[in-house]
Design a protein around this ligand. Structure first.
Ligand SMILES: [Zn+2]
Length: 597
């Protein structure tokens, strides 16, 4: 086992029948006692932040925000996006954040809404239906299938378009050969974008597209539709794509198998030029305001978990931070920034638009799909780590999600303490309630990637694999207020620590990361031992231990930046000594592998 997964006991627990429970409980208590002993000192010192946060974070308020945001189909510039920003703005105002007049230095709690002209028009759905000719009840309706229109689909005439459906199979150019689709509706099992492009070239009236990833389990969740988009070149020429659920596709195919199929498609959408909004709030650092911890939650995308929960959790985190500052329970020496906007674009611009500001960004943390009710979605809470050797040698308890990740190279490593400190805060929260905390090797694809590209430490808090990911099954009943609280409390505890650490806390953090490093080496040593037994080269396995050691030696080395204003001699000494011990351990383990043939 790589990590001490403190949340795991409750998970294992369910697997044991009652007669075994007693023995298991004893074992569990022994393990917990050991872990408690090993980590008692650092955690006890950090506990006050947790106590304040647990008492102040209102899970219900976070959930109320999700309820407001969730029904709105959000894309940068559209009504749902802007109303969501407006809702969060009100929360900030009520919490005591003041709108900037001259800038962030206006006060301890400020916010601003940035407005940018968009290069492309925005889009929003109004209504839609798909009906087999001769039938009364539509087989798909917008009211029950929010994702049935591909983004950028145009409106049909009010009465809809009724036409024959031509099946083009997998939708390749070859599949179109010999078929006249002029003025007809194309049905294909392919991604909307390609299918639409070819169908338009061929003069089709519109497209019915089916393509659902296996992790959405479409044959089980037969009504789910995953959202997709089509290109928009010319508003006058624009047509539409209806995205099919598994059930709708099967029904159409069954009719087609018997002969001719005609359907009526009605779509109503809005395509218009708009401004894009970004909401930025700051709890200003008292002594080092230009150094900051940046939280982000993307507003666009139509789901409840993805990402109304990120928006709601972050709004409540900002409110909680304001309350604790007002009560003088928190004095952030560095600035804590809260950012709501368009995924990846907003964090990317936040870094690139202002080189001076960018130099002060010390950590970026993305909240994306953070509120899942794991009993319903199948997702697990995860921290996606910055590139560490588990993304090169993914073994033992390490595994990629179904999102998938590339094998990284040693040159792509990002040694830093941020991984361990955030994970440990999540475990600290988990210890009180059995929250299941896991991590995955780096994969990418959310607000954290622009930070990493700019060589700024960046992490992602998320859940995967969610069976309703990106589908219109991702609704409010899949959301857990408690899960949002766990995420919000742990995320803020991390930011509070890193933005206000004193010397003794910094020393404890060095201890904590060193402990993790030694545990990691022990785990990798066992894995390498087993690998050698089954035929791996000793030198290759020794290399893995060396790379892990190197990663952690460098990660511990980065801890000189935790203390605002610069490291003390005590911290520097502690870091050097921790690095030395780790290198010593490496030599011992590498030698031990030599003796195993
Ligand atoms: Zn998403």
């Amino acid at each position: 086992m790589r990590k001490i997964r403190l949340a795991a006991p409750s998970h294992w627990y369910r697997k044991f029948n009652s007669s075994m429970k007693k023995h298991f409980t004893l074992l569990l208590l022994t393990m917990l006692a050991f872990v408690g002993y090993a980590q008692k000192k650092p955690e006890a010192s950090f506990e006050q932040h947790f106590v304040n946060l647990r008492n102040t974070f209102r899970a219900n308020d976070a959930f109320e925000t999700v309820k407001f945001v969730e029904p709105r189909w959000r894309l940068a510039g559209n009504t749902g996006f802007n109303e969501s920003i407006g809702y969060v703005e009100k929360i900030l105002q009520q919490a005591g954040f003041k709108k900037e007049v001259t800038g962030e230095a206006d006060g301890p709690l400020t916010y601003r809404i940035e407005t940018r002209k968009m290069r492309h028009p925005t889009w929003e759905p109004v209504s839609a239906s798909l009906t087999i000719e001769g039938e009364v009840t539509p087989i798909l309706m917008y009211a029950t299938n929010h994702n049935m229109m591909a983004v950028n689909s145009a409106s049909t005439p009010k009465e809809g378009i009724t036409a024959e459906v031509i099946d083009v199979g997998q939708g390749t150019r070859q599949d179109f050969e010999g078929k006249d689709v002029t003025g007809k509706i194309v049905l294909g099992e392919a991604g909307a974008r390609n299918l639409y492009s070819i169908a338009m070239e061929m003069g089709a009236a519109g497209v019915l597209a089916y393509s659902m990833p296996a992790y959405n389990q479409p044959e089980k969740h037969v009504n789910s539709i995953q959202f997709q988009s089509i290109p928009l070149k010319d508003i006058e020429q624009q047509k539409w794509v209806i995205l099919l659920s598994y059930q709708a596709k099967e029904k159409l195919k069954a009719v087609l198998a018997k002969g001719t199929l005609r359907v009526t498609v009605k779509t109503e959408t809005k395509i218009y030029t708009a401004d894009e909004l970004t909401l930025v709030a700051n709890a200003r650092g008292t002594t080092h305001p230009d150094e900051r911890f940046v939280f982000s939650a993307h507003v666009q995308e139509p789901g409840a978990n993805d990402n109304a929960t990120g928006v709601g959790t972050l709004a409540e985190m900002a409110r909680t931070t304001a309350e604790l500052i007002q009560q003088k329970k928190l004095v952030p020496l560095r600035t804590i920034t809260f950012l709501w906007g368009d995924e990846i674009n907003s964090t990317d611009r936040y870094i690139k638009d202002d080189a001076v500001r960018a130099r002060g960004i010390k950590w970026g943390l993305s909240l994306d799909m953070v509120g899942e009710d794991v009993s319903k979605t199948g997702g697990t809470f995860l921290i996606e780590k910055m590139p560490d050797p588990s993304a090169i040698w993914t073994r033992g308890n390490e595994k990629h999600t179904e999102w998938g990740g590339n094998v990284l190279t040693e040159a792509q490593m990002f040694p830093h303490y941020f991984n361990d400190i955030l994970l440990n805060r999540c475990f600290q929260q988990a210890r009180t309630n059995g929250w299941n905390v896991q991590s995955n090797p780096f994969e990418g694809g959310s607000d954290h990637t622009p930070f990493l590209q700019a060589k700024i430490p960046g992490l992602l808090m998320w859940h995967f694999t969610d069976v309703f990911y990106h589908t219109d099954g991702d609704r409010i009943d899949m959301v857990s207020a408690e899960e949002m609280k766990n995420v919000g409390v742990s995320a803020l505890a991390t930011a509070f620590l890193l933005c206000s650490a004193d010397e003794s806390e910094t020393l404890l953090l060095v201890d904590e990361v060193s402990t993790n490093a030694h545990k990691r080496l022990a785990v990798e040593f066992e894995l390498s031992k087993a690998a050698i037994k089954s035929g791996s080269k000793i030198a290759d396995e020794q290399h893995i231990l060396e790379v892990w050691t190197d990663w952690y030696v460098k990660a511990i080395g980065t801890m000189t930046d935790i203390l605002p204003g610069g490291s003390t001699e005590g911290v520097t000494l502690k870091i050097t000594s921790a690095q030395g011990k780790l290198q010593h351990k490496r030599d011992e383990l590498v030698n031990a592998l030599n003796t195993r043939k």
